[in-house]
Ligand binder design. Structure first.
Ligand code: CMP
Length: 140
């Protein structure tokens, strides 16, 4: 499988509980390498732009409010099949459905406060990475 890059976000529920290191440990232990990383806080416009694909969903406003409620960690992960690997390590969107040992099973609070985001395809990964980082911020 090819070496890929994917966007990962550690969400406000996880930064609030001071567990970013535990989450990064699971990602690195799975063979993913952090090639860009920054802790930041999104504006409403940032969150609305990032989640624009979900604009019509009933949970959109809550999602934007949650994602702007505290610090987040944006990171680009690199590795073999990184998009799928990251999603495997994250587990299902709803922690009630997540497999044992996954980030969401171990740390997520509910379907909204689910600790991490990961790109769902190589195409979306490229778009999300471009939204969050400049080319020269990626250091492989
Ligand atoms: P994420 O992978 O960041 O993509 C969209 C987010 O919307 C998702 O994780 C959840 O945190 C949030 N969300 C809230 N409610 C729902 C829902 N009913 N279905 C899917 N995603 C939801």
């Amino acid at each position: 499988m090819a070496i890929e890059r994917t966007l990962s976000i550690i969400k406000p529920d996880a930064t609030a509980r001071n567990i970013t290191g535990k989450i990064i440990d699971k990602l690195e232990s799975a063979g993913l390498r952090v090639v860009a990383q920054k802790r930041t806080k999104w504006s409403t416009a940032d969150a609305e732009a990032f989640y624009a694909v979900h604009k019509e969903r009933p949970f959109f406003n809550d999602l934007v409010a949650f994602m702007t409620s505290g610090p987040i960690v944006l990171q680009v992960l690199e590795g073999e099949g990184a998009v799928l690997k990251n999603r495997d390590v994250m587990g299902a969107t709803n922690p009630a459905d997540a497999a044992d040992g996954t980030i969401r099973k171990d740390f997520a609070e509910n379907i909204e406060r689910n600790s991490v985001h990961g790109s769902d395809s190589a195409e979306n990964a490229a778009a999300e990475i471009a939204m969050c980082f400049k080319d020269d911020e990626l250091v492989g």
